[in-house]
Design a binder for this molecule. Structure first.
Ligand code: TXA
Ligand code: MG
Length: 321
């Protein structure tokens, strides 16, 4: 199913073309502030099935539904008081919430993998906002990368026929590099109503806890926390092997450093030790290191703020496949 992947400019004509393709049941990669998403109309099972096929994604893995604001979210899901509080603080932005699915939502069950919950997100990227408002319907969108591989933070990553989805999707809307660079933080609620961190991401867990005034359950630590299908151990994998917590490379390795003390001459996520800058550059640097062909070694990253999301992605990228 080779096709020509169109590169669309994010002007009125480009967004109109993207909307037309989506309305015809095609899949289109779109920019968000976290990573590029591979979008389909969440009401069209056949269109959503194309996402799974293009990504080679296991079918039990539910997708996030993107909407322009909380009012639109409330047409498909049921936000409780804590969800509304988080929406006021962090939407639009890199937060996804797993909420009860409304019975009359009309979301295709392939989106939720048959669950009675739905992951919803209101992206802040101006192009994503304009597209969602112009389209006027819910867009299911996982990250726009082949399943299990490195996420895409530029349109060129998406369109690459070797490491991306070029030739397998109708179009990509090119709005330059993504500012945040790691996926959204995912929050859900346990059966007894306690909030849980399902995936660390672009908003630090500490910031969410301070708004809620209580700690988030951690699924790995607490059996009462809801689980999140799709949090596979091996994910974001480069083709080369990856060694973590490596202050310096061993012979034959390519090094990704962090901070001023990392050896010069290799790559560095942030020479000034800034975790926000490091998150924004993470996937691009993993791709560049992977293109080199040598085994990859990555410097230790502090487990605080966005460092938790960076370390989560690095541990999965390094996991046995
Ligand atoms: O930043 C992001 O979140 C990006 C951009 C494109 O918005 N999207 C993204 O989607 O990372 P994806 O498909 O790569 O990750 C979505 C994850 C799934 O793996 C699953 O773990 C979780 O969200 N998820 C979605 N719906 C869920 C549900 N109903 N219950 C539990 N987990 C859910
Ligand atoms: Mg993904």
């Amino acid at each position: 199913m080779k096709m020509r992947t169109r590169i669309l400019v994010p002007d009125d004509q480009g967004l109109q073309d993207a909307c037309d393709l989506l309305a015809q049941g095609e899949i289109v990669a779109i920019p968000t502030e976290t990573v590029y998403g591979l979008a389909a109309d969440a009401r069209m099972a056949g269109a959503v099935a194309k996402i799974y096929a293009a990504k080679g994604r296991p079918s039990f893995n539910p997708l996030i539904v993107h909407l322009p604001d909380l009012a639109a979210v409330a047409r498909y899901a049921v936000p409780g008081p804590q969800a509304r509080l988080l929406a006021r603080h962090f939407w639009p932005g890199p937060l996804t919430m797993v909420l009860p699915l409304r019975e009359d939502a009309g979301i295709a069950s392939i989106v939720t993998a048959g669950l009675d919950t739905v992951g919803v997100r209101v992206p802040a990227h101006p192009v994503a906002q304009r597209l969602l408002r112009a389209y006027g319907g819910p867009l299911a969108a996982p990250s726009a990368n082949p399943s299990g591989r490195i996420s895409a933070t530029t349109a060129a990553h998406v369109a690459d026929p070797e490491t991306g989805l070029g030739g397998r999707i109708a179009a990509v809307v090119d709005a330059g590099p993504c500012a945040v660079g790691v996926e959204s933080t995912i929050v859900g609620w346990s059966r007894d109503g306690r909030p849980a961190l399902l995936r660390p991401g672009g908003i630090a867990a500490e910031a969410i806890e301070s708004v809620l005034g209580c700690p988030l359950l951690r699924p790995a630590l607490d059996p009462a926390a809801p689980n999140s299908p799709g949090q596979l151990a091996s994910h974001y994998a480069p083709r080369a092997s990856l060694r973590l917590d490596a202050p310096a490379p061993m012979a034959g390795e390519i090094h990704i450093g962090f901070g001023p003390d990392s050896p010069r001459g290799g790559l560095n996520l942030s020479r000034r030790g800034d975790l926000t800058e490091a998150a924004a550059r993470l996937f691009d640097m993993l791709r560049r290191a992977d293109a080199d062909g040598r085994p990859i070694a990555v410097a230790p990253i502090p487990e605080e703020g966005l460092g938790a999301a960076i370390n989560d992605r690095l541990r999965r990228a390094a996991a046995p496949r």
